[in-house]
Design a protein around this ligand. Structure first.
Ligand SMILES: [Zn+2]
Length: 121
């Protein structure tokens, strides 16, 4: 019952977190009409075009889509960093980001010092 826990890649957990986040985001985007193929605008039937309610819903949806896409981009970038072996390194100072911080925010790009805006000294 001891499933090779010893040679488990320490970054495996992050990959799994990121993959899960990615499919959740992709699923939400698909659900509201934006696939991962991206770029395509919501295609409301022109029959509906005159309703101001549709317009309001549409801009709400677009705000949500923007949010989801930004999050998805972050996830994809984090996955790319996993591939490159630079995952977990601060994009600003190059130091290792603290584990608890990575676990809380797997897509985090900056160590706490850089994120809080300034290094002391
Ligand atoms: Zn840093």
């Amino acid at each position: 019952m001891d499933e090779m826990s010893s040679d488990k890649d320490p970054q495996f957990g992050y990959r799994e977190l990121l993959e899960r986040e990615k499919s959740s985001l992709t699923g939400q985007l698909t659900e509201i009409g934006y696939g991962e193929t991206g770029g395509s605008r919501l295609d409301y039937d022109s029959n509906f075009a005159d309703s101001s309610q549709v317009t309001a819903e549409k801009s709400e949806t677009e705000a949500l889509v923007t949010e989801l896409k930004t999050a998805l981009t972050d996830v994809n970038e984090a996955l790319l960093r996993l591939e490159n072996g630079t995952y977990g390194l601060c994009q600003a100072c190059g130091r290792q980001i603290a584990q608890p911080r990575l676990e809380a925010i797997p897509t985090v790009k900056y160590c706490i010092d850089c994120a809080s805006g300034q290094k002391k000294r």
